[in-house]
Write a protein that binds this ligand. Structure first.
Ligand code: GPV
Length: 829
């Protein structure tokens, strides 16, 4: 246990911990101390990495008093708090955010300048912790930022992957993955606590035993590993609060070596260690498409069990009355990845702490809430009973019993409606017997939420329809959000200054205040300043991409951006067909070059390493780019840029520079999207389908300031029902046919027609996400974009209105919704 209320003996320890003086001199002293005593180098002998690490530790020192105080107050108040359980946190760089949260940006820059150091060089040294794949992981990072800023008692639990999302490189236009060695240059933001390790067990069998006349079950596992907590600070914005993110790292136990491997064999013992430590070695790079790998289930149980044990044993005071747990904690399940925490809490309560099953189940059902992030059937996690039973035999028994009682209740309600029972069962039978984690999560949770209005509606009406009927009131919506600290204030300093000039400070934590910009949209001088901000962000992006990748961004071009994971349903192919159509128009002579709006297209996208067609599409984008960019007939009016390794750091540079935001998923497939919000808040206009949070963006900004196109979700359903034949669209539309034929002809593959044949036949004969069906509408919408962009001043007005009307998408608002509808955890101090 944390030293729960121990009297400090030394008078110095009784005094509150204080931060170093908030002055340039104070900062210099702390920095030099960290450099000399922490890094062990003199300033004159120090390199950039030494200096970066010393700077990081200095900012940390300023946060420390607040962190200790936050922990102390929570210990005293025992207020209800949120345990956010997430397998991913896509944090982005820490230094800039910490300087912002402490209000030290200017002091630090000046202090370092006095030491002859440009702080920008040190910022550039930081390798971002890429402990997530995409939207889901970034959402978790935004949420913990908002919780800290809103002073909500909360702790984030997750995995400290030694290797985060792979570093993407291109070789001859094809994606090649390199390991992300993010820890190799030092990790100044983390605090390991080996003394607070938890032992996590796996495998073995269960047995029943007699406990004073009561039959109980115990689990006799085969092997175990240690879970070592690493704490990270989560600073609130200028509010003196610092919450905790606790990430678990796997380490071998002695018992482990003995049990599975022969003692005395040194090489075997080391192999055992490697085996154990594999658990937190690497982030699985599949976004929305779980592969059902054993190591992944190990990861999930590892962090879920460590987090539950940590909360019960370390965070709660000793002898806590566990029947009160629902008044003290809510475990928020970020998708199904942590759902194994449900049977784990049951096991803790029943097997370890001796509660009755019924009582334990009531507690458990009061402590969990589940967020679903998808509609794609292949993204709904299932674990084969075989695998789960081998790895976690006791948990499988618990899941079976939960299911038995649940299905009994279903039968009681509906009679012997066996079809319904089969559809709702936590256990699926086809193609193999497996545990449906979304069903388990739904049964166990107080609330189930989708992540945008349309998504929540489709969950209720389709994916989890039977559950909605069975548990009316359990389902709710919380539309996603993004933190305005990182994605506006930090990423777009010039726009932030313009906003502050107009509105004064305060909007950063009260984003609805951006509404007040509406009147400024009518002010020509303000519009001019806004346009200059956009242009300067393009120039900054040009500098970044030039240095990073040797790519050039022309600040007179419209910047048309599609950045997100590469997924067929997101339809990067549709964007590419637009580009090929424009190019085809020029080279065929159908469109005079003078009529082509100069555009730079930027793509950013990683593909899961085993996702063949996604990698082919990356290859094709790069090849189209090489041809278009080099063709003199284009006269530089079209440029296709695909900087490799799109990540949070690059997003912070690209998004503020964008004019046009591409949000073109097939309606009904993108649960929410969050990039869409980041672009709109930074003054890009959206071209988008009626999908995910696009729907809400359009409702807020208005149809005149949003380029809507494509089928609606019901229209998609209708087309699917009557039988979608993509080649019909190919035959009927000469522009589409010509663009596809151009790719098929080998024009982008040195004449080799075989290279992109799989992409082409996938489009013509499969096209699961109906790219061809939406092509004509998309091209027409892009023509409306060109026409609108021709009137620069009107475009700028629309851009300002996008900023003014998107305050709703602050993750502070998302957190308020979770608090009001699900958590009931009021702010604390
Ligand atoms: I499931 N999402 C993700 O990034 N990874 C996943 O494994 C799954 C969902 C995304 C959705 O695709 C986005 O629409 C959504 O905005 C995001 O989660 C956050 O909710």
């Amino acid at each position: 246990h944390i030293a729960h209320s121990r009297e400090e003996r030394h008078p110095l320890a009784k005094a509150p911990v204080t931060a170093p003086p908030n002055t340039v001199d104070g900062f210099v002293k702390q920095f030099l101390d960290n450099l000399n005593f922490g890094q062990g180098v003199a300033l004159s002998a120090s390199g950039v990495n030494d200096q970066y690490l010393a700077l990081a530790r200095t900012v940390r020192d300023y946060l420390m008093a607040r962190w200790l105080e936050t922990v102390r107050r929570q210990l005293v108040s025992q207020a209800k708090g949120v345990c956010y359980l997430s397998a991913e946190y896509l944090l982005g760089r820490q230094l800039g955010n910490s300087l912002l949260a402490t209000g030290l940006e200017d002091v630090a820059a000046e202090a370092l300048a006095e030491c002859g150091i440009d702080i920008a060089d040190l910022r550039a040294q930081e390798v971002e912790p890429g402990l997530g794949n995409g939207g889901l992981g970034r959402l978790a990072a935004c949420f913990i930022d908002s919780l800290a800023t809103m002073s909500v008692p909360s702790i984030g639990y997750g995995i400290r992957y030694e290797y985060g999302i792979f570093r993407q490189t291109f070789e001859d236009g094809q994606q090649v993955e390199k390991p992300d060695r993010w820890l190799s240059m030092g990790s100044p933001w983390e605090f390991p606590h080996p003394e607070a390790a938890q032992t996590i067990s796996f495998g073995g069998r269960t047995e029943q035993y007699d406990d004073d006349g009561v039959t109980r079950t115990r689990w006799i596992p085969d092997w175990d590993v240690l879970a070592i907590p690493y704490n990270y600070m989560v600073p609130g914005y200028l509010n003196g609060r610092v919450n905790t993110l606790r990430l678990w790292s796997a380490q071998a136990t002695k018992a482990f070596d003995l049990r599975i491997f022969n003692a005395g064999d040194y090489a075997e013992a080391v192999r055992a260690q490697t085996f154990a430590e594999n658990i937190s070695k690497v982030l699985y790079p599949e976004d929305s498409t779980p592969q059902g790998k054993e190591l992944r289930l190990q990861q999930q149980y590892f962090f879920a069990a460590a987090s539950i044990a940590d909360f019960l044993d370390v965070v709660l005071p000793p002898d806590y009355d566990l029947t009160k747990l629902p008044d003290r904690a809510i475990f928020q399940l970020n998708d199904t990845h942590p759902v194994i925490a449900v049977p784990e809490l049951m096991r803790q309560l029943v097997d370890v702490r001796g509660l009755e099953w019924e009582q334990a189940w009531e507690i458990t059902q009061g402590c969990f809430a589940y967020t679903c992030h998808t509609l794609l059937p292949e993204a709904l996690e299932v674990w084969s009973v075989d695998l789960l039973g081998r790895l976690l035999p006791r948990h499988l028994e618990i899941i079976y019993r939960i299911n038995e009682e649940f299905l009994a209740a279903v039968r009681e309600r509906y009679g012997d409606d066996e079809l319904r029972v089969r559809n709702m069962s936590i256990i699926g039978e086809h193609p193999e017997r497996s545990v449906r984690m979304a069903h388990l999560a739904t049964v166990a949770s107080v609330k189930v939420n989708g992540v945008a209005e349309l998504h929540s509606q489709l969950l209720r009406e389709k994916v989890l329809h039977d559950f909605h009927e069975f548990y009316p009131g359990k389902f709710t919506n919380v539309t996603n959000g993004i933190t305005p600290r990182r994605f506006l204030r930090l990423a777009n300093k010039s726009l932030s200054e313009l906003i502050t000039d107009a509105l004064g400070p305060g909007w950063v934590t009260d984003l609805d205040r951006l509404r007040e910009l509406e009147t400024y949209a009518e002010d020509p001088e303000f519009r001019e300043r806004f346009a200059e901000v956009k242009a300067s962000n393009k120039r900054r992006l040009n500098r970044v991409l030039l240095e990073r990748d040797g790519l050039e961004v022309d600040d007179t071009h419209m910047l048309d951006v599609m950045v997100k994971r590469l997924h067929e349903y997101k339809r990067q192919m549709l964007k590419l067909l637009h580009i090929v159509t424009l190019y085809d128009g020029i080279v065929s002579g159908r469109v005079p070059i003078s009529e082509v709006t100069p555009r730079t297209f930027i793509f950013g996208a990683k593909a899961a390493p085993g996702y063949r067609i996604a990698k082919d599409i990356i290859h094709l984008i790069n090849k189209v780019g090489s041809v278009v960019n080099a063709d003199p007939a284009v006269e530089g009016r079209l440029k296709v840029l695909f900087p490799p390794n799109y990540n949070v750091t690059l997003a912070e540079r690209i998004i503020p520079a964008a004019d046009l935001s591409e949000q073109i998923s097939l309606a009904g497939k993108e649960a929410s999207g969050t990039g869409n919000m980041k672009f709109a808040l930074n003054g890009a206009l959206t071209i988008g389908t009626d999908d995910g949070a696009n729907v809400e963006i359009r409702q807020l900004v208005g149809d005149d300031h949003f380029f809507l196109f494509g089928m609606t979700e019901p229209e998609v359903e209708e087309l699917a029902a009557k039988g979608y034949v993509p080649s019909d669209f190919y035959r009927a539309d000469p522009n589409l046919r010509s663009a596809i034929d151009l790719i098929a002809s080998g024009a982008f593959s040195g004449g080799d027609r075989s290279v992109f044949e799989p992409v082409i036949s996938n489009l013509l004969y499969n096209d699961r996400f109906m790219v061809l069906a939406d092509y004509a509408a998309y091209i027409a919408a892009q023509e409306r974009v060109d026409a609108a962009y021709a009137d620069a001043d009107t475009w700028t007005r629309s851009a300002i209105l996008n900023v003014a009307r998107c305050g709703f998408f602050s993750s502070d608002r998302s957190m308020r919704d979770y608090i009001d509808r699900i958590w009931h955890t009021p702010p604390s101090f």
